[in-house]
Design a protein around this ligand. Structure first.
Ligand code: PMP
Length: 281
């Protein structure tokens, strides 16, 4: 396994990070996940841009163009050039004596790797998702490597044989532990507005665009836990999840596990078509 680390592509066994790395000590860093399809990176530019913007949000001075330039050498070394794969990218504030405030003049730690990974044409799962209280901080728009709130919620989902934990803050549904959530009611699509309470998912943005193209009305408005029962369909979105139908959310069953709601299905099919197009830069 090859790893890009601090400006070099090296063997995984040689990749080492200091115990004084602020990513390790404070969770002080940003990450990104994207996929490469047969025909190229899927919304690669949107992912690189989000990484750059997130670094700016937390005051890490680093131009992601350097990592972008190393992607092909990494893929080549990993034998994944032009092959379906998943790319994980992480940038931390760097190595410095442990002190909360930002260190001066440190080089950020940059790391990326690629693994063979193929997305199914359509995600045919029909998931059961539990409801959990959203215990995260109030800057969920930042793709922080500090994921304890997400990790703990997702672990509970696994314990309950569910696929995802859907988070509730002040009586409103925000997002999943690693996905965004959408609802459908009377042909209209609802999702939480992209404010500081959710991560503005790239897949979320793609789905909003597909709704526009398909003349499906959208409202970026949070749904209350008390409204779950009144919705017709619900689905999750994410880079590796794509669009996953929800069969059951908490105590409410939307449909049998072998049934997918019509709007969810339409969006899944449109999403699958989108992947066949030349990659959008
Ligand atoms: N919300 C959270 C909390 C996430 O971790 C993710 C996946 N990184 C998403 C939403 C979905 O984002 P994307 O569509 O960009 O993968």
């Amino acid at each position: 396994e090859k790893i890009f680390l601090n400006g070099k592509v090296i063997s995984g066994v040689d990749a080492a990070i200091s115990v004084f790395d602020r990513g390790f000590l404070f969770g002080d860093g940003i990450y990104e996940v994207m996929v490469q399809l047969e025909n190229g990176l899927f919304y690669g530019d949107a992912h690189w841009q989000r990484l750059q913007q997130n670094l700016e949000k937390i005051g890490i001075d680093y131009n992601v163009a350097e990592m972008e330039a190393y992607l092909n050498p990494l893929l080549m070394a990993s034998n994944l050039l032009n092959k379906p794969c998943l790319i994980y990218i992480q940038v931390t504030r760097g190595v410095a004596p442990r002190k909360h405030s930002f260190p001066k003049d440190v080089r950020p730690t940059t790391m990326m790797y690629a693994l063979p990974y193929s997305l199914p044409h359509i995600n045919t799962k029909n998931v059961y998702a539990i409801l959990r209280s959203d215990n995260r901080w109030l800057r969920c728009d930042i793709k922080s490597i500090s994921l304890l709130g997400n990790v703990m919620a997702n672990e509970r989902a696994m314990e309950e044989n569910a696929e995802e934990a859907v988070l509730v803050r002040d009586g409103f549904i925000t997002e999943g532990s690693h996905t965004n959530i959408f609802f459908v009611k009377s042909g209209k699509v609802y999702t939480h507005p992209a404010n500081q309470l959710i991560l503005d998912g790239i897949t979320r943005k793609i789905v909003l665009k597909l709704c526009e193209d398909l003349d499906i009305p959208v409202m970026e408005k949070a749904i209350g836990v008390d409204q779950i029962d009144g919705m017709d369909e619900a689905f999750l979105t994410g880079t590796t999840t794509q669009i996953a139908s929800i069969a059951q959310l908490g105590d409410h069953t939307y449909h049998a596990p072998d049934t997918i709601g019509p709007v969810t299905k339409k969006l899944q099919e449109a999403f699958a078509e989108l992947k066949k197009l030349e990659p959008e830069k």
